[in-house]
Design a protein around this ligand. Sequence first.
Ligand code: UFG
Length: 331
Amino acid sequence: MNVMITGGAGYIGSHAVKILLERGYNVSVIDNLSTGYMDSVDKRAIFHNIDIRDKDLVVNVLKSDHIGAVIHFAAFSLVGESMQVPLKYYDNNVYGTKVLLDAMNEAGVKHIVFSSSAAVYGDRSTMPITEEVLEVPTSAYGETKLAMEKMMKWADIAHGIKYIALRYFNVAGAYQTGEIGESHNPETHLIPLILQVPLGKREHISIFGNDYDTPDGTCIRDYIHIEDLIEAHILAMHKIIETNKSDIFNLGSGEGYSVLEMIESARKVTKQPIKSIISERRAGDPARLIASSEKAEKELKWVKKYNDVSSIISSAWKFHQLHKDGFKNEN
Ligand code: UFG
């Protein structure tokens, strides 16, 4: 089958590209390289340097590459930035998805797997979070992801475009060979920032608050390995094609780890001391986010391969040692 991956040059998208190619799918990538890297895109994919907001170009790709399904990652994803420049997020994420759905409708492509986020839930007290929990996003980023989901619901009702929205918790780790991994500029995510210390690129890791209502006072998150995450996308794609039904699934591990536990695990993996200091809370961080992924396990028959954070951190460490400066674009 021919699959179009939007945002295929980004962290999550580039892993989807590689894993789908390994499984024998033909992959077309569209990416405007605004935050992604050409070096992370597997050379076997057909690459189109275009923006999802350019409908005619997207329609051309859908038609000329005979696309059967779309996996949609292209979006801005920094919670903090979304609070400073929300309209930038509405333009790329919400308007971009609107144009993509228009293009799919015009080209007659009716299946889409969509990268949503735990950010749609906001700061909930019920743990673990199931798909039934009311969505109350606390950031512009989370609002745009929820708006994208709602738009898909109406595009399904009106145009029969079937979607599966996958709400990710904390995606981490790297492809087993270390060829590709997480490379953001600027980097804001915990694991790559911790690993910058043993790489000699940062003197210490800052712990954003140790006075939360958690056992050690630091925030708890649910970390899910990138390869397990992509596996769920493949299962979701087949589920839509088989059942012709839209749905929503959480993707997490069901286990929570505190910032302190993550740093300790990274010390063991890297065998280096990793200096940490306590700093101020980061605005908008919920104390605890843990997913229930029972629905995905049951209905998608999703089975995770990476069940402990040390294997997730080990894979990230392999990537970062091979790519000390991450990926860079020439321009
Ligand atoms: N943290 C630190 N120090 C750092 C960086 C992060 O203590 O230098 C802490 C954060 O405060 C948080 C935890 O580490 O408690 C994880 O932070 P990340 O930035 O790695 O991830 P978030 O949980 O903030 O964000 C993730 C996804 C977002 C998504 C969000 C949903 O990366 O895309 O979950 O709430 F929107």
